[in-house]
Design a protein. Structure first.
Length: 247
């Protein structure tokens, strides 16, 4: 179930390990709390990994920073679900070095994501986190602004199929005690004027929570390269929304 996308170097000499997962059970969404059945070792079991696992392949969901002297060390993510245990190690093997911020062939870069118009933004898989509050009875509005260079990378070199916009946003539950219902897990991205990209857009979705507690929602913003960057590990952007839900 865990999936190691690869690692990249940070400007300060440290490293980032990029991690996703693959829930092969196409019929069952799984929740596994942090602990013996969802842990990253050695060290503290919580390294920011999800506790809610949607069906199918989910690329680059979170990142773990490793120190500059990480060397030949390994981290291992273990998930136990339905009585089956799966463990995947993460380490700095040269074959797994990736460049998620720029695809060299055409100069493609990840979309830019913001949760407020003209507010702070993020570009790439190192997620920006914002906080929101709501109640069980009140749907939470999730508004995002995106921009993109409208470039793409594909294994065939052919342009992607026609889309309403060169950017897609996918919302998933990441953590939380109850169910999360969205009016659209992939809201339509409407073009807007202004902005710094070749394409600039805005998308609005709502989320309703079945019970009070602390939740985390995950946003993946893909460009024309598609899910997982079309296998090139570039170019997508990640955002997280921490939601405190009152009764």
């Amino acid at each position: 179930m865990p999936a190691f996308e690869g690692w990249f170097r940070n400007p300060d000499g440290s490293f980032t390990l990029l991690v996703g997962y693959y829930n092969r059970n196409q019929a069952q969404v799984v929740d596994v709390p942090i602990g013996p059945d969802n842990k990253i070792e050695p060290g503290a079991p919580d390294r920011g990994q999800p506790t809610h696992f949607s069906t199918g392949r989910q690329w680059g969901m979170f990142a773990i920073k490793a120190p500059a002297d990480f060397g030949q060390q390994r981290l291992t993510w273990t998930i136990v679900a339905n009585g089956q245990s799966t463990s995947i190690p993460f380490y700095l093997h040269p074959d797994y070095e990736i460049e998620p911020f720029r695809e060299a062939a055409v100069g493609n870069t990840p979309p830019v994501l913001a949760f407020e118009e003209h507010g702070p933004s993020v570009q790439g898989p190192l997620a920006m986190t914002v906080e929101r509050t709501t109640t069980v009875a009140r749907p939470l509005t999730l508004t995002t602004w995106v921009s993109d260079d409208a470039k793409f990378t594909s294994s065939s070199g052919l342009p992607p199929r026609a889309l309403d916009a060169p950017v897609t946003i996918t919302w998933t539950k990441y953590r939380g005690p109850g169910a999360v219902k969205s009016d659209s897990e992939r809201p339509k991205v409407e073009a807007v004027t202004g902005g710094k990209g070749a394409f600039n857009g805005k998308a609005v979705a709502t989320a309703t929570f079945s019970e009070p507690g602390d939740y985390m929602l995950h946003a993946t913003v893909n460009d024309l390269s598609g899910v997982g960057g079309g296998g090139f590990q570039c170019c997508w952007t990640t955002g997280l929304v921490k939601v405190s839900v009152a009764p």
